[in-house]
Structures are given as C-alpha cells and as structure tokens.
Write a protein that binds this ligand. Structure first.
Ligand code: TRP
Ligand code: ZN
Length: 912
C-alpha cells in the first residue's frame, strides 16, 4: 500500500509478487443480451484447481457489475464480495473440472471510460486490454489464464444487424419466442485459446469492405473492414495495408494467418490507436479511414503502421502472450519493432528506409528520452505500478522496440551483417518453444540467443538484459585521436547512466555501436582495420565495459568518426565534433541517418548557444546559424542526388521539446523565440531556394501515398511554410496569396493542410478566412475537424492569443470532451504540442490544464492521466514557470476523488 495525498490507499502491484493462478479456466461460454441501458451477461465456465498452487478460495475480478446469480455445478452456492472481487470458498476439492455460472448485468450506455462494453454511435464495442474484461463479467482477469471461448450475441435485428466476436461464425438466425420479436442472434467460436484481454464483441449498423485471399500455403481467408455506412470509400488503404501485412509476416518470419476470417472494425470513440483482439481488431477510426480528400500522407503511413502492428500481434501477443502485465514489452516492444521493419521493408529504396528510421528515432528522442529522465521513468520491464494503463508508454513500446532491434543487430555475422537471418531464426525458436503460452521477456531473449550460439548477444545475454531492468538513457562518450605518423586512430568509448530514484546506481549496458570513418579532407569512406582484421567500410563495435579503447590502423588520412549509424542503440552520444567535422559528415557520410544527425547537432548547437547568450546579439542581427551551416543546408536542398523526403527532414529544425531536453533549466519562451529566429533566418537566407523548391516539388502527380510522392509534398509544404514566414517579415503579399490559392485548389488533404498550416503558422491575415472555409467544407468529417481543432491549438503564439482561442473552442458546438480524439485534438495539442502557448508567465496555461485534467478524470481516467503527464518535466522549468506548474499539480493532487490513473501520475510528478 502506498498512502496517497488524500490518505486513500492505492495498491502497488509488484513484479516480484507474481504467483501462478489458484485456478485455471478451460472454457468460457458467454451469452449477451445486448441493450444499451442494461445488458445481460451469462457466463458459464469450466474451471479446475491449479495443482501447483496451495488450495485457496477462487477470487474473481469484477467492476461496476450487478450480480444476479452464481451456480457451481448447477447448484446455488455461498459467496462474498471483497473489494472488487467475488470470493468463492466452498468449491469442490481436488483438481476435477467443475462448472461455474455467473449472471450479471452492466450499463454500456453509461460507460464513458471506454473500457469493457460500451456504446459509440449506437453500436456496441468492447475494449478489454488491460483489465476491461472484469467490467463485462466476473473473471480471473489476468493474461496467464487462457481459455477457449464460445460467444452468443442476441440483439434487436434492426438496430444491430451485424453481430461480431472472435473466431468463426458457427450459427446465426432469428430468435423465436414472444419476448424475442425482431431479435436475432449470432454464435461465434474461437478455435484458439486466449487470455480474456483479447476478447471482443461488436454489434451495430456496420458495412464491410471484403477481400478474399489465398495464403502461400494455399489456404483461403476472408478479410473484412467494418465501418459505418458512408465510410466505405475510406477503407481501401486499410485493406491494402492488411494484405501487405499478411504477406510480409509470411515472407519475413514464416508466420501465416491462422484464422479463416480476419476482421477490423472502426470506432470513433477509442482510448488508444487500436486493439489486437483475436480475429477481431478494433480500431480508432483515425487508423482506418482515409481517402485523399480527407487524410494526409502522415495519416496514410499511420494506418499502414497500426494495421500492421495489430496484425503482427496475432503471433507476437496472441499466440504467445504475456505472463503478467510487467512483461508488456514482450508483446509491445517486439510488435513495434515488427511494424517498423514492415514499413521499412515496404519502402522502395534506401533513402526512404532511412527516412522511416529517422522518423522513428525522432519519436524516441522527443518522447521517450524525456520520459526516461522524468518522474514516470521506468525500466522497459517495470518493477511496480499502481495503474497498469499508465504503463502503456513510449518506454515499453518504443524503447522496447529498440531493445529488440539491438538483439537483431547483435546476432549479426559477416554473412548476415544486419542480423536479419539470425533474428528470424530466433523468432522460429521462440515459437517452437512457447506457442500457446504466457511467457516473460527473459523467455524471449533466451530464445533469440539460443538460436544464435556464439553471437555477440549469446556471449553477453545476462548483461544485455539490463536493458529490460535499468531505466534511464545511457550516455556514450566518444573521444578520437589521430596519429598521422603512425596512421592510427584511437577511439575511446565510455558509458554512463545517471542514477534514478528507484535505481541509485546502474551497471554497464551492452551497447552496439555501428560505425565508420569518413576522411576529413576527401570525404571518402576509409577502410577499417582493427586488431589485424580488415572490416570493409562499416563495423559493429560492442561496448560492454565502462570504458573501451579501439585502435584503428592504416588510417590514411585524418578521419571523422561516424558513430551509432542508423541509431544502433537508444543512447545519447557525446562527442565534441567541431563544426567542420559535422559539416563533413553532413556532406559525405554514407550513412543517411548520420548525415541528418550531423545537421541536427549543428542546429542544436546554434540554438543552445543563442539561448545561453545573455545579450540578444543574435536576435537583433537575425544571425543564429553560421554562414557555413546555412550554405550546407542550401547544398542539401539543391542536391540532385538526394530525395525530397530526406531534404525535408534535414531542413526541419529540432523541435522545441527536443531543444528543451538538452538544457538543464528550461525557459520555454526563450527556446521558442530562438527557434523562431532560426526559422526566420532560414526563410530569408534561402528565399530563392524555397521558391525553387516549391515550384520544383509542388506537383506530385495523381495522388498516391507512397514514400516518394509524399516526400515531394512534404518538401513543397515546408517550402511554402518558409515562404509565408518570409512574407510576414517583408510585407510580401504574393506568397500568402499563392498559398491561399493552393489551399483552395488542392487535390488532396496533404497539400491543402500544408497550405493552411503555412498561413496559420505565419500569422497571415488570410488565415482566419481559410480556417472558416475549411470548417465549412469538412464539417461532417470528424477526423478532419480534429485537424482543424489541433491546428488552432498548436498555432504559433504571437502575443499569447492561443489560450483565448482554445478556451473559445471549448465552447464550439463541435467540441466534446467525451470523445477522446476530439479532446486530444484541442487540449493535448495545446498542452503537449505548443510549449510557448502553454508555458505562460501568468500561469493561465497551467490553470487551464488543471481544470481539464479534473474534468476529464470524471469521464475517462485513462485519457485524463495522459493529459496529466503534460507537466512531467516541471522541475526543469525556469521561474516563474516552475512555481506555477507545481501549484497546478498540487491543486490536482489535492482533489478528493481522483482516479488511480491520475493520482499515480501527479503523485510521481510531485515526489522528490
Ligand atoms: N494493445 C494495444 C496496442 O496495440 C494497446 C491498447 C489499445 C490499449 N487499447 C487500449 C491499452 C486500452 C490499454 C488500454 O498497442
Ligand atoms: Zn501493440
């Protein structure tokens, strides 16, 4: 127990306390009489005692249920309620199976938490991960209890013509009897055992896009994407993504679809992105619906990733699941890794693959690194939690994926330098051992290592697993020394990880450092000779000690070290490169990731220097970036060898959040001013180049969301943004006018939204009318309205106007706090994605935040707790922000009836 602020105890769940369940549930037969106000659930189970566990009562989890009847082997029985558990003490002795029948009701229409069974747009949906099944019936709601499910759904046929659950449809028809006029039923049997968090049902007026496919092995499958009538024209991309996912998992890992039927259903009320329920994935509409008129390129690639992600869970998560929720990264880290690899493999060329990698790393560094340095820091495999929903984090997902990626890298060999073949062998071993089981992260790592004996991973497996156990981002310090006489280059690498509250000292990690040497003069890739061996032009160093020295011989010219290529480990690399060295890497590195990284390092360096400068020399002169750097960026922009998508990434400055992360004390207004100054400098200094870039890339042809044409649109959009920014300073009206015209004429949402963004972002007088026109045009498209809200909440704050606008939008007829997508589009965009608008010297942003956290908590604690995390990094803030932020946190923490979700977040933020 931990005593929370208001004295109410909250149970801390600890990984070390794991014990196997006292009972197993073998079969579950559920019958639902669906009614929004009062749904009746009959749950008939067969159970048996777990012989390995000392005899004890059966404790079933249940939440917000009305219990009507309990029968054991058909007879009434005694039971008691303890907290949220139904406790049965008088059960048959021995390990013979017995039946348990439980009859309950619940109220789906009142379920605003969107966990368990709920109603959205007059249809029924479920969300059971992590602990939602207990809101449907009493159960052993834990992932290591796997059962066979039979589900019968009964409902009004007109209102709910489509009745879906996991597995195969075995029977359907009209119900007879006087009480059942107009009602029908459907019976589903799932051929695979599963934990209850993978249970799902859907009932409502839905239509489906259907596709029949034949697998490599010749089996036939039916694929269906269910949406509301009217949305069918937005399902093609999701279906294509699903077919590509199925083909990819067969090709790369030999994992086929194991069901006759695979269904995706979209709902507009959903707490997260999507859910991998066996054979019946339920998706946020944001990750299903797209056509060129309503969705941007980013939306298209999000759909591809999430459809892939949920499909890949069918093996990594569903066939092999987690023993307990501390092992969440077993399925999430691995499945994010798989969806990243999937999207990369779909890219047509190396440049597009590098762009995808850069985008993934950008997410890791702007979201996960701060998490790992803040109050919610936790290992990839956490040791304790109060509310498991708070641990669906970028650490478990994205850092977890990096841990899996490092395993792949570390099973590489000269014949398989990237480790892809070795890793695939490891996956085969994992399924051979554990198919159908609920296992731990240790089991996974062991399988990968055992399949690759002698690999760098197998040699250091125990040490490698510290990545699962230790929180925090390690720093790798690199020093290089070139001896021209001897033609040697000595590279010293050392590692350090700052202590955290839970872990006062950290042991060395195993850090794979993919590297090369680039000639400082020639720009050529230099041959790598180490310990008498020749390694071509790229080599993997494995840092597993606090400090290691590597001496390269036959180094014919002074080199610049290109370290951590492709971001081979989730660490911070400290190396004091000169500007000239970074410019060399930017111009010549054969590794696209490190070319981009060199530009980011330079931009960051200029930003930090300007922020630190006491006199506002830079601000008054408009010179933030050096001449040489601006010239180098011009060269990238004009380089005919480089792809548009890559150029767009190089020419995008590091975000304010990422800049803040580099500083000990954060003044969000100062960061914003400096970054805006840098943007203005690029807008003006490269004006002619932006004009060229826009004209040369503005027509991407007939719309297709592929990487190449979306790159053209991204670069044209960036150019337009800079041109509107330059126009604001110069008073030019031509470019804003052209931008407005492009906004009106655009043939796709990407171009239209980029133009609108350019107008709003530059504070153009044309922005207001454009926003109004956009609203009128898309007032019936919920996902487009989300963009409309988000754009205004995230707008550049010139004079503090954004908060007022956001408060007004709260009262807009299209706004509702009950819909998570809409709440995120307005409130999260303001509190999380607009640092300068949010961190106000008058504290009004924090007051707004506290009000919304408390208001949302009463509706949907899971979403409220995510918003609560917007002040995670308050201790880094300069005054007056720090004091005001603390006050806002204290105000929320002091509220009496907070959910565990929000309490855990604010309590951790305030702890010292
Ligand atoms: N397992 C889901 C995924 O693919 C995550 C998820 C969806 C989730 N909905 C949720 C987690 C609700 C917690 C609560 O990543
Ligand atoms: Zn997942």
């Amino acid at each position: 127990m931990s005593m929370l602020r208001d004295g109410a105890p909250a149970t801390v769940i600890r990984r070390q306390d794991y014990t196997a369940p006292a009972f197993w549930i073998d079969t579950v037969d559920l019958t639902f009489d669906l009614d929004p106000a009062k749904t009746r659930v009959l749950n008939k189970m067969t159970l048996r005692r777990n012989a390995d566990v000392a005899a004890g009562p059966l404790r079933l989890d249940g939440e917000e249920l009305n219990l009507a009847r309990v029968l054991v082997n058909g007879q009434g029985t005694s039971f008691k309620m303890e907290d949220n558990q139904l406790v049965l003490e008088n059960l048959p002795e021995g390990t013979e199976p017995f039946t348990l029948e439980i009859f309950t009701t619940c109220a789906p229409a009142k379920n605003s938490k969107l966990m368990g069974l709920y109603v959205s747009n007059d249809s029924f949906f479920t969300q059971c991960e992590a602990e939602g099944f207990r809101r449907i019936t009493y159960f052993l709601d834990r992932p290591d209890v796997m059962a066979s499910y039979t589900v019968t759904l009964r409902a009004d046929k007109k209102k709910y013509p489509v009745l879906l659950s996991n597995g195969n449809l075995v029977e359907q028809g009209d119900l007879d009897g006087a009480d059942n006029a107009g009602r029908h039923f459907a019976k589903w049997v799932d051929p695979h055992k599963k934990p209850c968090y993978l249970f799902a049902l859907v009932a409502g007026k839905l239509v489906a896009r259907e596709q029949r496919i034949v697998s490599r092995a010749g089996t036939e499958h039916l694929l269906q994407v269910f949406v509301r009538a009217g949305d069918l024209d937005k399902t093609e991309h999701a279906m294509n993504s699903l077919m590509a996912s199925i083909a990819w998992d067969e090709a790369r890992f030999g994992l086929p679809l194991d069901l006759e039927r695979f269904m995706i259903v979209a709902t507009s009320d959903f707490n997260m992105g999507a859910m991998e329920n066996k054979g019946l994935n339920i998706f946020n509409t944001k990750y299903v619906l797209a056509n060129q008129a309503t969705a941007t390129d980013t939306d298209y690639s999000g759909i591809e990733s999430v459809v892939g992600h949920e499909y890949f869970h069918n093996w990594t998560g569903n066939r092999i699941t987690c023993r307990d929720w501390f092992q969440l990264s077993l399925k999430e880290g691995l499945t994010v890794f798989r969806d990243q690899e999937f999207s990369q493999d779909l890219c047509a060329d190396d440049s597009a693959k590098a762009v995808k990698r850069i985008e993934d790393v950008r997410v890791l560094r702007t979201a996960q690194f701060p998490e790992d340095a803040g109050p919610m820091a936790h290992p990839v495999r956490p040791d304790s939690y109060i509310e498991i929903n708070n641990f669906y984090t970028v650490t478990v997902y994205e850092k977890g994926a990096e841990v899996v990626r490092m395993m792949q890298t570390l099973v590489g060999s000269p014949a398989d330098p990237l480790g892809r073949a070795g890793f695939a062998k490891g996956m085969t071993q994992y399924f051979a051992r554990h198919d159908g089981q609920a296992v731990t992260c240790d089991d996974f790592a062991q399988a990968i290592a055992d399949a690759n004996p002698g690999s760098a991973l197998a040699q250091r497996l125990e040490q490698f697993k510290r990545w699962y156990a230790q929180s925090g981002t390690p720093r790798v310090q690199a020093r290089g020394f070139y001896n021209a006489q001897e033609q040697t280059y000595t590279l010293t690498l050392s590692q350090h990880c700052a202590p955290s509250n839970d872990q006062p000292s950290k042991l060395p990690f195993v850090i794979p450092v993919r590297m090369g040497l680039v000639g400082a003069q020639s720009g050529q890739a230099l041959g790598l000779h180490l310990d008498g061996n020749s390694h071509g032009h790229e080599h993997l160093l494995v840092l597993d000690q606090p400090e290691q020295v590597f001496t390269f011989t036959q180094v014919s010219e002074e080199p610049v070290a290109s370290l951590l290529r492709g971001f081979s480990a989730p660490v911070i690399l400290d190396m004091d490169f000169s500007d000239a060295q970074l410019l060399t890497l930017l111009a010549h590195d054969s590794d696209a990731f490190n070319r981009w990284e060199a530009a980011q390092r330079l931009a960051l360096r200029f930003a930090i220097n300007s922020i630190a400068a006491t006199a506002d020399a830079a601000s008054s002169s408009g010179q933030f970036l050096s001449e040489e750097f601006v010239e180098a960026l011009r060269a990238v922009l004009r380089n005919p060898q480089l792809d548009a998508a890559f150029k767009e990434l190089v020419l995008t400055l590091p975000s304010e959040t990422y800049i803040a992360e580099q500083l000990g004390v954060v003044d969000p207004q100062r960061i914003h001013a400096v970054r805006e100054g840098m943007r203005a400098q690029l807008a003006n200094a490269l004006h002619a180049d932006w004009v060229w870039a826009f004209e040369a890339h503005k027509d991407s042809g007939a719309y297709s969301p592929d990487a190449h044409s979306s790159g053209l649109r991204a670069l044209a959009g960036l150019a337009l943004g800079y041109l509107c920014l330059a126009a604001r300073d110069s008073g030019d009206t031509v470019w804003p006018g052209k931008t407005l015209q492009r906004f009106k004429d655009a043939g796709n949402m990407t171009d239209r939204f980029n133009a609108l963004h350019a107008l709003v972002g530059s504070g153009s007088p044309l922005a207001e009318a454009a926003l109004a026109r956009f609203h009128t045009q898309f007032k019936d498209e919920a996902l487009v309205l989300d963009k409309w809200f988000a754009l205004q909440a995230g707008a550049c704050d010139r004079g503090g106007q954004v908060l007022g606008a956001v408060r007004q939008l709260l009262n807009h007829p299209d706004f509702t706090l009950k819909n998570p997508n809409r709440a995120r589009s307005l409130i999260f965009s303001y509190c999380n994605a607009n640092p300068a608008g949010f961190h106000r010297a008058d504290a009004a942003g924090y007051v707004f935040w506290a009000e919304r956290v408390m208001e949302l908590d009463a509706i949907n604690p899971q979403v409220a707790a995510r918003l609560a995390r917007a002040l995670d990094r308050w201790k880094k803030l300069a005054e007056p922000y720090q004091h005001a932020a603390r006050e806002a946190l204290v105000r929320v923490a002091a509220k009496g009836d907070l959910s565990n979700d929000v309490r855990e977040v604010v309590q951790r933020a305030l702890a010292d």
